[in-house]
Design a protein around this ligand. Structure first.
Ligand code: 0A1
Ligand code: ZN
Length: 881
C-alpha cells in the first residue's frame, strides 16, 4: 500500500515525458494468486524532452521476475527497483524493446485497483494510477500507446476473456487453459487499459452508426442476470444516437462491451471499448430498481459511452486536467438526460445535487479549484467540484456563446485535439478561436475555488421608466487562496411585469440584452434598462445559468409571484426554496433561542398554487414540495450549526404543509396513483415521484390514516419505487408497523444484494438516536460485508453522508464510529476509506461541542501510524494542516 509520505504533485512542475511508448504487448496468464504478466514495451526517446534521460517506470506492489532490453536480460547492476519505481539509469538512447515479467496476486488485492477479483471474475481498474499495479510503466496519461493483449486462463474458471479493442485470435491450450488476443488500434493512456476473465453471460445487440457501420454491443453479467440488462442496453443505444445527432460523434470500434462487477470502488469506468461497471448501474428490473435507479443507469451508461470522445480519443495531459474529461462528460450526460426526460426537472435535480455536494465541499476545508494546482493523492480529486462544478463551467460556455457558438468550439476541439492528450487551456482556446472571443478571464473558473456570491440591488425610476441594477460579486476565501479575482459570470435575468409577461431587456444605450444574459466581469457594476413602464419583479440567474449564490433580498410577495408566474420553471422552483430556506433559518434560530416558531402563510399559499396548477408536470410539483435538505440549511446557516435544531425545524415545516394542504395532498396522491403496469419512462416516474412526496407529507403529522396508507402502499406495490418510498415514509415513524415492514422487506429480497443495499441504507438514514446502535449491529448482519464497497457505502456511507443529525450526534459517538470504520477500512481499501472520511467536510461549521468531537475524531485518525496516502491526505486537509 502506498503510505502517507506525502509528495505534493504540482501543476507548475509538469514536464513532458522523457520516454514515449509506441506499442505495448501484454501477455497475462490469469491465476487466482499468481497472475503472471509479461510486457513488451516499445520505448522511444521523446523528441520534445531535453537531454538523454534514464527510464523511470512506475510500479506498485509488483514482483519483478525478469527484465530484458531487445531480448538481452538486464543484469542487476543495470537497474534499480524501489517500492514505487523501476529505474534503468543508462538505457540506449534510441528506440528499444523492454521486456518485463512480473507477478501479482489478484485475490489479495482488496484495494480493487490493478488486477483484482470480484467474486470469481478477474477484472481491472486502472484510473488513475492502477496500471502500475499490473506492470512497470510510465503510468501517466500523456503517454499514449497501441495495446495488444493476450490473456490466458483456465477455461472452466474463465471461459470469457476480454480486453480493449477487437478480438484477433483465440484458442485452446494444454492443461485445460485457453487464450484470447485483443488488439486496440487507438493509442490510449494506460489508465484506459482493461481486461476481464470470468464465467459471464452476455446480452447482445447491435447499433448501426450514422455512416452505416454496424457495431456489436455486448453487456456481460453473471449468468442468471441477463434479464436485467434491457434498460441499460436501450440507454446505450439512445446515447449512441444522441451523440451523433447533438455532437456529431460516431463510435469508432466494431465492438462495444460493458462488463458488470459486484465489487467496484466507483460507479463505472470508461476503458476503451470495454467499460467496467458497478453492477448497481446496469442491473434493473421493475421489482428491484427504483425510478431513481433507472435514471442513474441511463445517465451513467451515457456518461461512460460519451467518454469515448471526451476522455479517450482526447485525453488529459496530466491529472490536473481531470475536469477536462469529467466536467465536459458530465455536462454531456446531463444534456442527454435533459433531452430524454424533462429539462427543467433535470436541471432542478442537478442543482440540488450541486448545492448539496459541491457548494458544501466549496464551503469547507476540502475546497479546491475545478483544476487543482497541487495534489497529494489524485484519487481524492474525483470530487463534486471536478465533476459537477466542472460541468457547470462547461455549461456557462454554452450560455455565454449560445448553442451554435458552443458547438463551433466543440467541433474545433475534436478536430484539433483528436488522438492527443490536452489541457484545459487547449479546450478553452478552441471556444475562443471558434467564436473570436477573449476567454482569458473565464479561466478563473478553473483556478479559483469557492462559490461566488452575487448581490443584486434594484432601483426603479418611474419617471425615467428605467430600472437600475447594481450587481456585485465576491468569491469567498478558501484554503490556500485568501483573495480572488472577479469572475466572468453569465447571469441570465428576466424582468417580469405584473401580468406575468417578460418585459423587453433593453440597455439604456439601446442595445438589447441577448438571450437575457448579463455578463458580469467586475467586482461591482451597474446595468440600466430603459422603457420599463412598471416596477418589475426580478427573475435572477434563470435556469441557474451560473453556479453562484444569489443574494437579492426579494420580498415574500415577489417570491410568491415568481413561484406562480415566472416563465422560467427553474426559478419558480427556486422561489419556493428561497421562501422555505429563510423560514427554516429563522426557525432554527428560534428553536435555539427558545422562541416561538414563525409560520409562513405565503409559502403555504405558493405551494397550494403549484399543487393546483394543471399546466405543471407532476415531477416538477414533486420537486417544489420537497423542502431544502438538512445539509443545505446547515450550509446556508454557515456557522454554529446545530443539526438537531435543523431537523426539528424541517419536521415542523413538513407538518405545517401537511396540515394546511391535507385535502390537496390527498387528492393529488389519489390522482397520481395508477393501475397501469410499471414503466420507467420520465412521465410515469414523475407521477410516482409526486405521489410519493404527497404520501410522505401526509404522514408527516404521524396521523394514523396516513401511516395506514403508507403501509397499504408498501404491501400492495408492484414496483420497487412505490414499495421503497412507502417504506422510507414508514421508517420515519417509530411504530410497530415499521419494524414489521423492515423485516418483511428483507425476507422478500434477501437474495438480491442490490436490494439489500437499499435495506441497509434506509435503516442507516433513520433520524433517531437509536440509529447508531442499529447501524453497529447491522455490521454484524450476515448480509453485510466490510470489503464490498456497495455494502459498506449502503450502511456506513449512508449513515455518515446522509444522516446529518445522527452522524453529528451531540455526544460525538457518530463521529467516533465513522472514524473507527475509516481506520479499519484503510488497511484494506484506502480509496473507499478516504471517501468515507470526507463525510467530515463540514465539521468546522458545527456548534462548539460537536465541532470538538469531530476534531477529536479527525485527530485520532491523523495520529494513526501507517495511514494510506488517501486517508492521510483527506485528514490533513480536513484539519487544515
Ligand atoms: N472515470 C470514471 C470514474 C472512475 C474514477 C476512478 C476509478 O477508480 C477506482 C473508477 C472510476 C468516470 O468518470 O466514470
Ligand atoms: Zn467520467
Amino acid at each position: 500500500m502506498r503510505t502517507e509520505d506525502a509528495r505534493p504533485v504540482r501543476l507548475k512542475d509538469y514536464r513532458p515525458p522523457d520516454w514515449l511508448v509506441e506499442t505495448v504487448e501484454l501477455d497475462v496468464s490469469l491465476d487466482p494468486v499468481a497472475t503472471r504478466v509479461r510486457a513488451k514495451l516499445k520505448l522511444t526517446p521523446n523528441p520534445r524532452a531535453g537531454a538523454p534521460a534514464p527510464v523511470v517506470l512506475d510500479g506498485d506492489e509488483l514482483n519483478l521476475l525478469a527484465l530484458a532490453i531487445d531480448g538481452e536480460p538486464l543484469t542487476a547492476e543495470r537497474y534499480t527497483v524501489t517500492p514505487d519505481n523501476l529505474t534503468i539509469p543508462q538505457p540506449p538512447q534510441r528506440p528499444f524493446l523492454l521486456h518485463i515479467e512480473t507477478v501479482v496476486d489478484p485475490s489479495a488485492n482488496t484495494q480493487l485497483i490493478g488486477i483484482y477479483r470480484s467474486g470469481n471474475t478477474y477484472c481491472t481498474q486502472c484510473e488513475a494510477e492502477g496500471f502500475r499495479r499490473i506492470t512497470y510503466f510510465p503510468d501517466r496519461p500523456d503517454v499514449m500507446a497501441v495495446y495488444t493483449t493476450r490473456i490466458e486462463a483456465d477455461k472452466t474458471e474463465a471461459p470469457v476473456l476480454l480486453a480493449n479493442g477487437n478480438l484477433t485470435a483465440s484458442g485452446d491450450l494444454a492443461d485445460g487453459r485457453h487464450f484470447a488476443v485483443w488488439h486496440d488500434p487507438y493509442p490510449k493512456p494506460s489508465y484506459l487499459f482493461a481486461l476481464v476473465g470470468g464465467n459471464l453471460s452476455s446480452v447482445d445487440d447491435r447499433f448501426v452508426t450514422l455512416s452505416g457501420r454496424e457495431v456489436a454491443l455486448r453487456i456481460y453479467v453473471e449468468p442468471g442476470k441477463e434479464g436485467r440488462c434491457a434498460y441499460a442496453m436501450d440507454s446505450l443505444k439512445r446515447a449512441m444516437r444522441w451523440d451523433e445527432e447533438v455532437f456529431g460523434r460516431e463510435y469508432d470500434l466494431d465492438l462495444f462491451m460493458i462488463v458488470t462487477v459486484a465489487d467496484f470502488n466507483m460507479g463505472a469506468m470508461e476503458n476503451k471499448g470495454l467499460n467496467i461497471f458497478n453492477d448497481k448501474y446496469v442491473l434493473a428490473g421493475t421489482e428491484t430498481a427504483t425510478d431513481a435507479d433507472f435514471a442513474h443507469i441511463e445517465a451513467i451508461i451515457a456518461h461512460e459511452y460519451f467518454h469515448n470522445w471526451t476522455g479517450n480519443r482526447i485525453t488529459c495531459r496530466d491529472w490536473f486536467q481531470l475536469c477536462l474529461k469529467e466536467g465536459l462528460t458530465v455536462f454531456r450526460d446531463q444534456e442527454f438526460s435533459s433531452d430524454q426526460r424533462s429539462r427543467p426537472v433535470k436541471r432542478i435535480a442537478d442543482v440540488r445535487l450541486l448545492r448539496a455536494q459541491q457548494f458544501t465541499e466549496d464551503a469547507g476545508p476540502l475546497a479546491h479549484p475545478v483544476r487543482p494546482a497541487v495534489y497529494n493523492e489524485i484519487n481524492n480529486f474525483y470530487t463534486a467540484t471536478v465533476y459537477e462544478k466542472g460541468a457547470e463551467v462547461v455549461r456557462m460556455l454554452n450560455v455565454l456563446l449560445g448553442r451554435q457558438g458552443f458547438r463551433r468550439g466543440m467541433d474545433l476541439y475534436f478536430a484539433r485535439h483528436d488522438g492527443r492528450a490536452a489541457t484545459v487551456e487547449d479546450f478553452i482556446q478552441c471556444f475562443a478561436d471558434a467564436n473570436e472571443r477573449d476567454l482569458t478571464q473565464f479561466m478563473h473558473w478553473y483556478s479559483q475555488a469557492g462559490t461566488p456570491e452575487v448581490t443584486v440591488t434594484a432601483a426603479y425610476d418611474a419617471k425615467a421608466r428605467a430600472l437600475r441594477l447594481d450587481v456585485a460579486q465576491a468569491v469567498p476565501p478558501t484554503p490556500g487562496q485568501a483573495s480572488k479575482e472577479p469572475m466572468v459570470i453569465p447571469f441570465v435575468i428576466g424582468l417580469i411585469g405584473r401580468d406575468g409577461h417578460d418585459l423587453p431587456l433593453v440597455r439604456d444605450d439601446g442595445a438589447e440584452v441577448e438571450r437575457g444574459v448579463l455578463v458580469l466581469t467586475k467586482p461591482a457594476e451597474r446595468f440600466t434598462f430603459s422603457g420599463i413602464g412598471q416596477p418589475p419583479v426580478l427573475s435572477l440567474n434563470r435556469a441557474f445559468s451560473a453556479p453562484v449564490k444569489v443574494v437579492a433580498n426579494q420580498s415574500s410577495a415577489d417570491l410568491r409571484f415568481l413561484a406562480a408566474r415566472d416563465s422560467d420553471p427553474f426559478n419558480r422552483w427556486q422561489a419556493v426554496q428561497t421562501l422555505a430556506t429563510s423560514l427554516l433559518i429563522d426557525n432554527v434560530a428560534a428553536l435555539r433561542g427558545k422562541r416561538e416558531l414563525r409560520h409562513d402563510e405565503g409559502l403555504i399559499a405558493a405551494l397550494a398554487a403549484i399543487l393546483a396548477d394543471p399546466a405543471l408536470e407532476p415531477a416538477f410539483i414533486g420537486q417544489a414540495l420537497t423542502m431544502p435538505g438538512e445539509a443545505d440549511i446547515a450550509r446556508d446557516i454557515g456557522h454554529d450549526v446545530d443539526p438537531d435544531a435543523i431537523f426539528v425545524a424541517r419536521c415542523e415545516l413538513r407538518e405545517a404543509i401537511s396540515e394546511r394542504l391535507h385535502p390537496a395532498l390527498h387528492d393529488t396522491y389519489r390522482r397520481m396513483s395508477s393501475r397501469e403496469p410499471y414503466r420507467p419512462d420520465a412521465a410515469s416516474a414523475g407521477r410516482r415521484a409526486l405521489k410519493n412526496v404527497c404520501l410522505d407529507l401526509l404522514a408527516a403529522t404521524a396521523e394514523s390514516s396516513a401511516i395506514a396508507l403508507a403501509l397499504h402502499q408498501y404491501e400492495t406495490a408492484d414496483n420497487m419505487t412505490d414499495r421503497m418510498a412507502a417504506l422510507a415514509t414508514l421508517s420515519l415513524h417509530e411504530r410497530p408497523e415499521r419494524a414489521e415492514a423492515i423485516e418483511d422487506f428483507y425476507r422478500r429480497f434477501e437474495t438480491d444484494p442490490l436490494v439489500v443495499d437499499k435495506w441497509f441504507s434506509l435503516q442507516a438514514m433513520i433520524p433517531e438516536p437509536g440509529t447508531l446502535a442499529r447501524v453497529r449491529s447491522l455490521t454484524a448482519h450476515p448480509a453485510f460485508s466490510f470489503t464490498n464497497p456497495n455494502r459498506l457505502r449502503a450502511l456506513i456511507g449512508a449513515f455518515a453522508h446522509a444522516n446529518q443529525s445522527q452522524f453529528n450526534r451531540a455526544d460525538g459517538a457518530g463521529h467516533a464510529f465513522v472514524a473507527d470504520t475509516v481506520l479499519a477500512l484503510d488497511q484494506k481499501n484506502p480509496q473507499v476509506a478516504a471517501r468515507l472520511l470526507s463525510a467530515f467536510k463540514s465539521w468546522r461549521m458545527l456548534e462548539a461541542t460537536r465541532r470538538a468531537h469531530a476534531e477529536a475524531a479527525l485527530k485520532r485518525v491523523a495520529a494513526r501510524e501507517g495511514l494510506s496516502r488517501d486517508v492521510n491526505d483527506i485528514v490533513s486537509r480536513s484539519l487544515g494542516a
